[in-house]
Ligand binder design. Structure first.
Ligand code: GDP
Ligand code: CA
Length: 337
């Protein structure tokens, strides 16, 4: 299992990767990062998930927060606010701003996001090859109720709102960061995904992988968005290598974040077993659930997916490395079976 391919969102993926690199120091790890969370702020292109992976593995992450830079200051944000320029709900620190300035400058000069990401990683040396899922623009939108009816009345799902009342599509970051996912999500739409092409190197990395790992990233707005780029899901299913996943749901709830809300939007229960069935045996060969969910092992295996219960809390790098070892072990079993 020398070449390991990982589909990653932000914090769940990044922390898992840190453990994986400890568990398999000799492996060549390629990460396909979600870019559906990307947002333009203050004229700058911000890629939260790519940056979380880069900063976490490169030693620049704010550890407790899980995103953004350590030792951060917010002078630029304060100055912008003094001009009345927002949004004030998205926390961009001064150090972080530099990343987005460099990225935006390179994009404006004509470099694709994949080349820009490689250039940024020259500084951070994350120890993995980090590829954005696509160089094209994809933006995850969430359909919510519009209490004041001021939004567009045509939902992102094509519904007219009608009997369900008015609905409004908001950018995923607005749903999560500004609105704190406080209301139900009716639909999650990766706008532009159907037209997007996998970034250079993505399909090749899948074809060359010895194992594909879904870390405990959000199954809908992280891994699901990557799989929505035409060609990626098919390439993984056809790669002929073990595909193993780690549940982000423990004890019928996400460890952190809003996975329960976005899972509901796609009609999936927030349980470790339901997420495995959502990926399905056509894609997923093996699945790790937490020991508190040991009862669901039989249900996952009945769905045709090999399953084992092991501790899945990423409390520190060694605990996370142990999870990664379990993932590689079950992958070896799949291969031998
Ligand atoms: P995001 O883009 O920053 O939201 O990060 P990801 O999509 O990569 O990961 C988010 C998911 O990580 C959430 O659904 C959490 O439940 C999951 N998560 C966070 N910490 C842990 C942990 O310690 N163990 C497990 N199993 N999942 C975790
Ligand atoms: Ca994310």
């Amino acid at each position: 299992m020398r070449r390991i391919l990982v589909l990653s969102g932000g914090i769940g993926g990044a922390r898992f990767l840190r453990g994986l690199l400890r568990a398999a120091p000799e492996a060549e790890v390629t990460v396909i990062g979600n870019t559906g969370d990307d947002i333009h702020l203050f004229g700058l292109k911000v890629c939260p998930d790519l940056d979380t992976v880069m900063y976490t593995l490169g030693g620049g992450i704010h550890e407790e927060q899980g995103w953004g830079r350590a030792d951060e200051t917010f002078a630029v944000k304060e100055e912008l606010a003094a001009y009345g320029v927002g949004p004030e709900w998205f926390g961009l620190g001064d150090r972080d701003f530099a990343t987005h300035i460099v990225r935006t400058q390179m994009l404006a000069a004509g470099y694709p996001l994949s080349a820009v990401t490689e250039a940024l990683c020259q500084r951070w040396q994350p120890g993995v090859r980090l590829l954005p899922m696509t160089d094209d623009r994809v933006e995850t939108h969430v359909l919510i109720d519009d209490p004041d009816g001021s939004g567009n009345d045509a939902g992102a799902d094509g519904s007219d709102g009608g009997a369900e009342g008015r609905r409004r599509a908001v950018h995923f970051q607005e749903y999560w960061v500004r609105l704190r996912a406080a209301m139900p999500a009716h639909a999650v739409v990766p706008v532009g995904a159907d037209q997007a092409k996998p970034a250079p190197g993505v399909l090749e990395a899948i074809a060359e992988a010895d194992v594909v790992v879904f870390p405990p990233s959000n199954p809908v707005v992280s891994v699901g968005t990557i799989l929505a780029v035409p060609g990626i899901r098919e390439a993984i299913a056809d790669a002929g290598v073990p595909v193993v996943g780690v549940s982000p749901i423990i004890g019928n709830a996400p460890v952190r974040g809003m996975a329960d809300k976005v899972l509901a939007a796609v009609g999936v229960e927030a349980t470790a077993a339901a997420v495995a069935r959502h990926y399905g045996p056509g894609l997923l060969d093996a699945w790790l659930v937490d020991t508190v969910d040991a009862d669901s092992v039989a249900e996952v295996e009945a769905a045709g997916i090999r399953c084992r219960a092991v501790p899945l809390l990423m409390t520190d790098t060694e605990a996370t490395a142990e999870m990664a070892r379990a993932a590689l072990t079950i992958a070896t079993e799949v291969k031998a079976a």
